[in-house]
Design a binder for this molecule. Structure first.
Ligand code: BGC
Length: 487
């Protein structure tokens, strides 16, 4: 049997995001669109939000030392993926910090020049307590031997840039329109520059944006589950999708410019994008319409964003072809790696709905094994998406999220092991995967579904904040410490 070792230096970690784990102890982070969204009574009444609140969360903001120690000692990890709350760093608007903005022939922002004259007001606007806390979180991780993988944007936008309720109720009259406006892209570039300048000595590995497809799908296209601002319009969806891809490029440039010091000897800054990739299969493989619907989903959710970010191909009419006006190489500033978030297989069936025919599909209930969230467990899909991404884009990869909602603690060990097996196979087949981050270190606040889904390797009692190891802990520690799967 071939060795099932992983390459030297492979990163083993877990993933979390600020909004989902920080609150529950200390000052709540109430300055974002997501905060407003989940507290809005109308949203709760309509079922767009669960009525559970992030301030009942696991309290990482104060308990980070013990959680990071767990990651190191109990999981044997050498890395950890975290995000920052943009609105904690900048509770006040940054719009007045001066920058030179360059636009392309479409009127889209293509360059933001952040200078020392920008950085001075940004430093004055940043909240010193939040900066100090994040510095302590990152340096605690580093001292423990955990390489920090920092996500700059994992969904909450500062309220000064997005009023999701005004957008939901009357978009035409709304002034703070989040990712629909390129002002947000410009402010994101400033935030990325500031983050790189401020935390660069502690961080070498950055993700610009987490899962742009989900932000756009659930915020602008979906008729069932809602993210802020809960709209359903293909045109708005594409505008947000485009702006998030442009933001990646500008964030990439800023981090490369402003982070000049190396924390771990890897070099100052490796910067990539994190996107969600799932396996999409037709409900009935012999049915041409089902096959087309599955392929459209694969293209839209797995591929569109990466084509824009890496190649500068912005397929604005979603026809699968890149017309001359959709070729925008000047927006593809760089992407050192692809972060793949993989959870499940979707089975897709054609269904006429009477609207835009491209969206004539539905997801059908899985015929395989499912998790508490009803997601189909399909480890082979992870191998498939990793290999596909490398074939298409020739970038190294990290698995930045992969995990299972499993309150009964029956599925986690097998889920973890079988997916890591697929990572190993992909590496053996020549796909350069550099790390694996399990979602999640601890149970956390799962956006519109609140605390129902239990993704943590450590379960959390929301009342006492007590952490308890699940069966996944010993299994993951065994793999991570030996850098190898058992024979
Ligand atoms: C997101 C996480 C989320 C997880 C499980 C991912 O798509 O990045 O924030 O908690 O899915 O639902």
């Amino acid at each position: 049997m071939p060795s099932r070792r992983f390459p030297d230096g492979f990163l083993w970690g877990t993933s979390t995001s600020s909004f989902q784990v920080e609150m529950g102890r200390g000052e709540p982070a109430s300055g974002s669109d997501w905060w407003t969204w989940v507290h809005d009574e109308e949203n709760i009444r309509r079922g767009n939000a669960s009525g559970a609140f992030p301030e009942q969360g696991p309290g990482f903001w104060e308990l980070y030392r013990q959680d990071l120690e767990r990651a190191r000692r109990e999981l044997g990890n050498n890395a950890v993926r975290l995000s920052m709350d943009w609105a904690r760093i900048f509770p006040k608007p940054t719009i007045d910090a001066p920058v030179r903005v360059e636009r392309d022939e479409n009127g889209d922002v293509m360059g933001v020049e952040v200078s020392d004259a920008t950085m001075r007001p940004l430093k004055a606007l940043a909240d010193p307590a939040a900066v100090a806390r994040y510095r302590d979180i990152f340096s605690t991780a580093n001292k423990l031997g955990l390489t920090v993988f920092l996500t700059l944007y994992h969904w909450p936008l500062p309220s000064g840039l997005h009023d999701p309720i005004a957008c939901r109720d009357n978009l035409a009259g709304a002034t703070r329109r989040g990712w629909l406006d390129q002002q947000t892209v410009v402010e994101y570039a400033k935030y990325a520059a500031f983050a790189a300048a401020t935390f660069g000595d502690l961080v070498d590995l950055y993700a610009t944006i987490n899962e742009a497809p989900m932000v756009c799908k659930y915020g602008y296209l979906h008729d069932r589950v809602h993210f802020p601002p809960g709209l359903n319009d293909v045109g708005l969806f594409l505008t947000a999708f485009k702006n998030l891809a442009i933001a990646h490029g500008l964030g990439y440039e800023q981090v490369k410019t402003w982070d000049t010091s190396s924390a771990t000897g890897r070099g100052p800054a490796e910067v990539g994008v994190v996107t969600v990739m799932e396996q999409y299969d037709p409900h009935d493989p012999s049915n041409e319409l089902d096959r087309r619907a599955a392929e459209f989903n694969r293209y839209l959710w797995n591929e569109w964003n990466l084509n824009a970010v890496i190649k500068g191909d912005y397929d604005m009419n979603l026809d699968g072809a890149i017309d001359p006006g959709e070729r925008r190489p000047h927006q593809a500033k760089g992407c050192d790696f692809i972060g793949a978030d993989y959870y499940l297989r979707e089975t897709v069936r054609h269904k006429a709905k009477g609207g835009d025919p491209r969206f004539d599909y539905e997801f059908t209930p899985s015929r395989g094994r499912t998790s508490d969230t009803g997601w189909e467990i399909h480890p082979e899909g992870l191998g498939n998406v990793l290999q596909w991404a490398f074939r298409n884009y020739r970038r190294p990869l990290y698995v930045t999220e992969n995990g299972v909602a499993d309150a009964g603690d029956k599925l986690r060990v097998e889920y973890l092991t079988s997916h890591i097996e697929q990572v190993h196979k992909a590496i053996e087949g020549g796909t350069p995967v550099r790390g694996y981050f399990y979602w999640s270190l601890i149970d956390n606040y799962s956006w519109f579904s609140g605390y129902r889904s239990k993704f943590g390797l450590f379960s959390v009692d929301v009342n006492t904040k007590e952490r308890r190891p699940t069966n996944g802990v010993a299994a993951y520690r065994d793999i991570a410490t030996r850098n190898s799967l058992s024979e």
